[in-house]
Design a protein around this ligand. Structure first.
Ligand code: SAM
Ligand code: SF4
Length: 325
């Protein structure tokens, strides 16, 4: 177990030997096979105004879309046909989909014998419970940053305490719970990234998604003077340290990593990651789900080729966390 000081030292140095250590731990604890999770971005409407995100309500340049329940279920069926064992339903915080509608969608998709992950933001305990009862297995809700001041600045009308309560509710309801952070936000410090990593350990997250921050021009952070290569390298290091601390969890090679570096996912898979989330949203919509510019949407055939190119295999299982301690 690393101390905060040790984590800060590693993140601040040019030594990247921890990437190899993370790769070895990944191999020992979760093996060589990679879980594919089929991502359906079913709505890009959002009631929130997170400063970094292109889906924020105040971005009036975004062409909005919503998939109907039937379209969502059809996309899931396509994913099943393609051999995917998990379907991820992601959207902005869009109140158009009532609890009843979402539960019906979950029940229908569950009939396909796939695991279901939701990533639809902050909801009440009762809403989370209803989705769980309908068949949802996992939930992704990144804390984004554990720096309270920074969190407040970037999330108008939101509270980090509520975000934490959501994560605790999800855990208590028996979801496999995923969280994660953005790396390289303006004013974010190495110290706070170390806190983020220790937070993942403290709440014993089952999945961690690390996203290098990529400025979107139509957001308040659009003009940030950011070194994207640095963000990429730092996010890989944060991910590797997370693997070293939380040995048996699931960690995706994220789309944001692939967006910043043409080899990004392969580097991530060789530095601790064991999951990829190919995008199975229809082409027209996935181009409008522009959280940040030039988002690289991964298609399954490319993903599989990539996996084979580094002598890894595609998992045949739903890929739940196999907790070792
Ligand atoms: N609305 C849900 C939520 O916020 O949890 C799910 C969808 S949201 C688009 C998914 C993730 O996108 C967020 O957790 C955030 O970390 C990431 N994201 C948003 N804007 C980003 C940006 N500019 N660069 C990198 N990642 C970004
Ligand atoms: Fe909405 Fe999620 Fe984007 Fe925030 S990060 S604006 S909640 S889609």
């Amino acid at each position: 177990m690393f101390s905060k000081e040790e984590i800060i030292k590693i993140l601040s140095s040019n030594d990247d030997s921890i990437l190899k250590t993370a790769d070895e731990i990944r191999k020992q604890y979760v093996g060589d096979s990679i879980h594919l999770r089929g991502l359906i971005e079913f709505s890009n409407y959002c009631n929130r105004t997170c400063y970094y995100c292109g889906l924020r309500y105040e971005n009036k340049n975004n062409q909005r879309y919503r998939l109907s329940p039937d379209e969502i279920i059809e996309s899931a069926k396509l994913g099943k046909k393609l051999g995917l064992k998990t379907i991820v339903l992601q959207s902005g915080e869009d109140h158009y989909y009532s609890t009843d509608i979402l539960c019906k969608i979950i029940e229908e998709i569950k009939k396909l014998d796939v695991a279901i992950t939701l990533s639809i933001g902050e909801k009440t305990y009762n809403e989370y419970k209803a989705y769980k009862d309908a068949g949802a297995d996992r939930y992704l809700l990144r804390i984004e940053t554990t720096d309270k001041e920074l969190y407040k600045k970037l999330h108008p009308n939101m509270s980090i305490d509520n975000r934490l309560e959501c994560l605790h509710n999800l855990k208590s309801l028996g979801y496999e719970t995923g969280t994660g952070c953005l790396v390289g936000l303006p004013e974010q410090t190495i110290e706070s990234l170390a806190d983020d990593i220790l937070f993942f350990k403290e709440i014993d997250a089952d999945m961690i998604g690390i996203g290098p921050f990529i400025p979107h021009p139509n957001t308040p952070l659009g003009n940030s003077n950011i070194n994207l290569n640095k963000n990429f390298d730092l996010s890989i290091k944060v991910m590797a340290l997370t693997r070293i601390l939380l040995k048996d969890i699931n960690i995706p090679a994220t789309t944001a990593m692939e967006t910043l570096n043409p080899n990004g996912q392969i580097i991530a898979l060789q530095s601790g990651a064991n999951v990829i989330m190919p995008n199975i949203t229809n082409d027209e919509c996935k181009d409008k789900y522009n959280i940040y510019p030039h988002k690289k949407n991964q298609i399954i055939s490319d993903t599989i080729n990539k996996i084979h190119s580094i002598n890894r295999t595609v998992s045949n299982e739903k890929g739940f966390r196999n907790k070792t301690s």
